[in-house]
Design a protein around this ligand. Structure first.
Ligand code: SF4
Length: 328
């Protein structure tokens, strides 16, 4: 066991002191862009453009987070995020759904300057759904004003991570379950959709409890927060604090088999109430054989696209209609 600090301030120091060097970033270019398909609440496959915007470093310092490596230490100047989105849309025009993730919070004024909101909304005209990510403490009036500027349906993604009280506290996220509930209620009132990220087998959680906690976390996200999408993420190790905890035995990444079991368990019970998605990015880093990794990835993608636990009628192609908004 490692001597993991007890107070949030000490934890932040412990986590940041072990970080590897930062990468150089240019604020006029997004870090990554990719296209994927995602099923909407009607079972229709949508074309999704995911843009990883370059933002400033998130003010929170969560234990498991390695997103800071591709962020700027200084505030993002006005106009830079607009240029990032403009350049992406010039090459990938009119996706049905766009995800604007920025390794932090979209409504962090030092990451996306508020004076850019109107220009960003104009660039997004004609897109059916806009998904941004945000820490619960930064969801408020600016988000509601941004919703009003958009022609699209707004969806906000938040990281609940886990409802396991020991693990959640030690992740240094600094958000209580009560706050998550309040944010869920507020977004529901404001007619903004919610997507919730859940970690499968985070640090300080034994492997033999991981499926149970993933299930309880998904149930909380759906029943208490009213989320429309649960996104399950296998917890990865990373250079720095996570690797220190792995070596001390406080963190063991899940096996891909356990991750698949967790996803199946949530699907079997909850796919009627929300879309259940599994993160299939970089499954190779879990170090399992190529054959196991390939077959588990295929099954996770099949579950993602078919939502098969409850959708026996299977997928429907996107209709050329106004039904780009799968509003809840
Ligand atoms: S709030 Fe999100 S982006 Fe910020 S440190 Fe935590 S996990 Fe990373």
């Amino acid at each position: 066991m490692t001597a993991y600090p007890a107070s949030p301030a000490e934890r932040t120091r412990w986590i940041t002191s072990q970080r590897p060097p930062r990468r150089e970033v240019g604020v006029n270019h997004p870090r990554a862009v990719f296209r994927e398909q995602e099923v909407d609440r009607s079972g229709i496959l949508r074309d999704v453009l995911t843009v990883i915007l370059t933002g400033r470093e998130c003010p929170w310092k969560c234990l498991m987070c390695d997103l800071w490596r591709d962020t700027s230490l200084t505030p993002i100047p006005p106009g830079a995020v607009v240029r990032q989105i403009e350049s992406v849309l010039s090459q990938h025009p009119q996706p049905e759904v766009i995800k604007l993730y920025n390794a932090g919070s979209f409504f962090d004024p030092l990451s996306v300057p508020p004076q850019d909101d109107a220009s960003i909304a104009t660039l997004l005209q004609g897109i059916g759904r806009v998904v941004v990510e945000c820490h619960p403490h930064l969801i408020g009036k600016r988000a509601f004003d941004f919703r009003d500027r958009l022609s699209a349906k707004l969806e906000i993604a938040v990281g609940l991570e886990t409802v396991d009280p020991i693990a959640l506290d030690r992740l240094n996220k600094r958000v209580s379950l009560e706050t998550f509930c309040r944010v869920g209620e507020k977004l529901h009132e404001e007619k903004i959709d919610l997507r919730t990220f859940i970690l499968v087998q985070p640090p300080f959680q034994p492997a033999n409890e991981a499926i149970r906690w993933a299930f309880k976390s998904a149930a909380f996200a759906i029943c208490e927060m009213g989320t429309g999408v649960v996104s399950l993420i296998p917890t990865r190790s990373a250079e720095g604090a996570m690797e220190t905890l792995r070596q001390s035995g406080d963190f063991t990444p899940p096996t891909l088999k356990l991750f698949l079991e967790a996803v199946r368990r949530v699907h079997q019970t909850m796919a009627a109430d929300a879309r259940i998605l599994a993160d299939v990015w970089d499954l190779e880093s879990f170090g399992e054989s190529a054959e196991i990794t390939r077959s588990i990835r295929e099954e996770l993608i099949r579950l993602n696209l078919s939502q098969s636990a409850t959708r026996s009628e299977g997928l429907r192609p996107a209709a050329p209609s106004q039904d780009n908004h799968d509003s809840r």
